[in-house]
Design a protein around this ligand. Structure first.
Ligand code: ZN
Ligand code: ZN
Length: 343
């Protein structure tokens, strides 16, 4: 059934509002953009606000995305593809032109629309929390000794940073607000309660440490929920892997510490034994790993090594474990006037 155009009278298969396609498209604007589109960017982290969320994007792409979002098309057609071009008017004003292909019935027409994307400075939610020293939890790292040694402090804080870095990879809300050296340890202020909980478990397991938590009501959220701050305490034990320790009146090398407890190696026969986590507090340090001395090796034989006793230069035979690799020096420990090889 053929129709005809009410404008030009041409006979055509299809009409749009009584017009042939040529007459319909003549002087008609197919796509439009507003005069300007505002695009929020966080001055602190450079993320862009997009659909209720802050996202990392290259600025040009963010500008094009914002422009595309504001694009409207006549109701008779639909935009099937967009080819953007971008030019900077200055640092904060970007002219974005969208070259569109618009499908109306069975024809595709080209159309252009241009807008100015205005970059507006803002601060994203996470940065405003960071800048405002926001925190939900405090990880209190303490020791059972008088002071937390610099080495152990560095080791524990490196571990804390690693756990936080890993968590940050999947959650932008994760950050360390601040760290504070306090008498007997360090306080680490954390953005999330869950982060404190994860860290206290991690450190507690790693060092077989005592842990504790206490929550304090600090107010209410905007929607009326109770808001808490939680203190997570981890009390690092005196013992550390590699120390010579006393357990139930006998001397051992502490060879392993885990969430299950510890492993001890006896110095008189190098037998390994396990200590349950609940029994670990009974362990006392006899000599710190760093303070274990050395002796010069004279000869090595099967199961024994002859060394020069560093205190009186006499020759002493020490028992060594099977298959031990012996260099020019060995580590030794003196216990009740007797020298022992330290594996
Ligand atoms: Zn016509
Ligand atoms: Zn930000």
């Amino acid at each position: 059934m053929n129709g005809f155009c009410v404008e030009c009278g041409k006979e055509v298969d299809k009409t749009v509002h009584g017009l042939c396609m040529e007459c319909f498209l003549r002087d008609r604007t197919l796509v439009t953009l507003p005069d300007h589109v505002d695009l929020l960017t966080c001055t602190n982290c450079g993320q862009f606000y997009w659909h209720g969320d802050w996202q990392s994007m290259v600025e040009e792409k963010a500008a094009v995305t914002a422009a595309k979002e504001a694009l409207t098309c006549i109701k008779e057609g639909k935009v099937v593809s967009v080819d953007p071009s971008v030019s900077y008017l200055d640092d904060y004003n970007i002219s974005v032109t969208l070259g569109c292909r618009v499908q109306i019935e069975d024809i595709v027409a080209d159309a252009l629309a241009t807008t100015i994307v205005r970059i507006k400075n803002a601060v994203c939610k996470i940065c405003s929390r960071r800048l405002g020293n926001y925190y939900e939890a405090i990880l209190q790292i303490r020791t059972s000794e008088k002071t937390l040694s610099k080495d152990l402090q560095d080791e524990v804080l490196a571990r804390v940073e690693k756990v936080v870095d890993d968590a940050m990879a999947t959650d932008d809300n994760v950050f360390i607000t601040k760290m504070e050296i306090v008498p007997g340890g360090v306080d680490v202020y954390l953005s999330l309660i869950a982060l404190g909980r994860a860290l206290v478990k991690d450190l507690g397991d790693m060092y077989c440490a005592e842990t504790n938590e206490s929550a304090k009501l600090v107010g209410q959220t905007r929607d009326g929920l109770d808001m808490y701050r939680v203190n997570y305490l981890v009390r690092l034990p005196e013992f550390h892997i590699g120390d010579i320790v006393i357990f139930r009146k006998r001397y051992y090398l502490l060879s392993r510490v885990s969430n299950q407890g510890g492993k001890l190696v006896s110095l008189d026969g190098f037998r390994e034994m396990s200590v349950k986590r609940q029994d670990m507090p009974e362990i006392k340090v006899y000599c710190k790993a760093a303070d274990i001395g050395t002796a010069d090796v004279i000869t090595v034989s099967d199961g024994e090594v002859q060394v020069m006793d560093p205190s009186n230069y006499s020759m002493v035979d020490l028992l060594i474990p099977k298959g031990a690799e012996i260099g020019e020096k060995v580590r030794v420990i003196r216990i009740e006037e007797v020298l022992y090889f330290v594996p």
